[in-house]
Design a protein around this ligand. Structure first.
Ligand code: DPM
Length: 358
């Protein structure tokens, strides 16, 4: 069987190409991919879509904390291999799982409107009605995110934190059916997409826990050379989300942080001003560097001179003002440089070493 995406003529002069969408096999990944398929169908009613599901390393290694698996593109490698081999034409990811530098040949062709980017508390049923503040001393909170643990340890020193792994279904089951955890922390966006919004007992604001770079946004990864697909998906770009996420990703990239370092952000777009708060933490949250900066965003009509020029931290957005994208990226870089000048590198290096030694 040919692995090339098939092209067929319907005899009416209109060529329809079957677009294959790659996805991980988890329920969340499938829901996310289906939602993008639906949007594409609405915009291009003649489009023929096929969904191809596959397992990734991240799905197979379920007993180890993410932050301890030394594989950068944990959830993306197999899908990128399939893209490379033309077995699929695009892949839907959670943006926060995509590294700030993609392997050569790939680019993010669309960043969709962000869901609630905050983290949420899901309580064991026996604790119904409580908040993190009201849980008994030494209650165990399940999270494998160094970022969440660092911030929450500092903010709620009376609580204890333990790793929890597995996809969302597994984690909810571990919470409900055992007595190991008083609560777990998950992204509100994932819970909402799974239809489990009712399990959210508390959404954590930035004073309690800032979110991960790109959290809550879906991204479509494509072959950089595939200009047709790039153009097709580009109309799904949500400009405010793109600008916020470019600033966040530029911040993380400049810090040389991967997807599992204690780095957190908070962004806002208000009256054409983009605000970025970024922070780095020691593992127990006792050391923290945090700053906020802003930049004006001018949505002029400046278009890129060449397609290659318009890539910002892995994202191609030819239909968004070049000036605005540059300003967003610069904001992230400058904020990171300020934190680096105050010692962010040492905090992150120590956090990484301690985590590797655990
Ligand atoms: C990344 C982290 C986690 C995921 C690290 C972090 C959480 C890991 C854990 C980079 N990816 O957030 O500090 O709790 O062990 C992930 C989730 C979603 C995308 C699930 C979640 C859904 C939300 C979204 C896993 N990736 O964070 O609850 O689309 O942003």
């Amino acid at each position: 069987m040919s692995q090339e995406a098939s092209t067929s003529s319907e005899g009416n002069g209109k060529v329809t190409r079957v677009i294959r969408m790659g996805t991980r096999k988890s329920q969340l990944a499938r829901i996310q991919t289906d939602s993008v398929a639906e949007k594409l169908k609405e915009l291009y009613p003649d489009l023929q879509l096929e969904i191809v599901a596959m397992s990734t390393i991240g799905d197979k290694i379920l007993d180890t904390a993410l932050s301890k698996i030394g594989e950068k593109s944990l959830f993306t490698k197999e899908l990128e291999n399939a893209l490379e081999r033309n077995e699929v034409d695009l892949v839907v990811h959670s943006l926060k799982d995509l590294p700030t530098s993609l392997p050569p040949g790939f680019t993010i062709g669309a960043v969709l409107q962000r869901e609630n980017p905050h983290d949420a508390v899901v309580l064991h049923p026996k604790n119904a009605g409580l908040t993190l503040d009201g849980l008994p001393e030494k209650s165990v909170i399940g999270t494998s995110s160094l970022r969440r643990a660092a911030q929450l340890k500092k903010r709620f020193p009376q609580l204890e934190f333990e790793n929890i792994r597995g996809n969302l279904n597994t984690r909810l089951r571990k919470l409900d059916e055992k007595d190991d955890y008083a609560a777990i922390i998950l992204a509100a966006a994932g819970l909402k997409r799974m239809g489990w919004e009712t399990r959210i007992s508390q959404v954590l604001g930035p004073e309690d826990c800032m979110y991960a770079v790109g959290q809550g946004a879906l991204a479509i990864e494509v072959r950089a050379r595939d200009r047709d697909i790039l153009e097709m998906v580009s109309i799904l770009h949500h400009p405010d989300t793109v600008l916020r996420c470019i600033a966040e990703r530029a911040f993380l990239k400049q810090l040389e942080g991967g997807c599992s370092v204690p780095v957190a952000v908070y962004t806002e777009m208000k009256n054409s001003v983009l605000y970025l708060t970024g922070a780095v933490y020691s593992l127990d949250g006792s050391d923290c560097l945090k700053e906020t900066m802003q930049t004006n965003i001018e949505l002029d009509n400046k278009v890129p001179e060449s397609a290659e020029e318009n890539v910002h931290v892995g994202i191609t957005a030819n239909n968004i003002s070049q000036t605005a994208l540059d300003a967003a990226e610069r904001l992230g870089v400058v904020l990171a440089k300020i934190l680096l000048s105050k010692g962010a590198k040492d905090i992150l290096t120590t956090a990484r070493q301690l985590n590797d030694a655990r």
